[in-house]
Design a protein around this ligand. Structure first.
Ligand code: DQA
Length: 137
């Protein structure tokens, strides 16, 4: 089974960035543990702060992988292009958010990703990525 995790802008700063909201663990550290726990699953990871690079990566993995865990971060709330890419590809996408976007600023309530995804996991911290992986398993 091949799963792609795609993270959007500023998620490269996890562990440093607003730890009260996003926690103190780096994504690399979390990913190492996830790969150790699920050795039979190929888990590929891509992060970019650039919108078009996220679209390119969705297109790259979107016809051959078994599932995509997408945290488009702030682009979730602004990017028609990323929403269109999720619609265009064949691989099912789960929208992930570390924080509970329903309990934050009003502009975070809008998602261009959620309506195109098979489901959304929000507010459960980094655990949300593992729960998404378990859905695909
Ligand atoms: C986020 C929530 C977004 O609203 C925010 O812009 C992020 C991270 C999350 O994982 O909680 O950068 O996607």
């Amino acid at each position: 089974m091949k799963i792609a995790i795609i993270n959007g802008p500023n998620l490269n700063l996890l562990g440093i960035r607003e730890p009260g909201i996003y926690g103190r663990q780096t994504f690399e550290d979390f990913l190492k543990g996830l790969r150790e726990k699920y050795p039979a699953v190929q888990i590929d990871y891509f992060q970019s702060n650039v919108e078009g690079e996220l679209v390119n990566e969705l297109q790259r993995v979107g016809f051959s992988y078994d599932g995509i865990l997408l945290n488009a971060a702030a682009y979730t709330h602004t990017s028609v292009a990323i929403g269109d890419a999720v619609s265009a590809i064949k691989t099912p996408v789960i929208e992930i958010h570390i924080s509970n976007i329903s309990a934050r600023e009003e502009y975070r309530l809008r998602s261009f990703v959620g309506a195109k995804s098979v489901g959304s996991i929000t507010g459960l911290g980094l655990k949300g990525y593992e729960l998404g992986l378990l859905y695909f398993l």
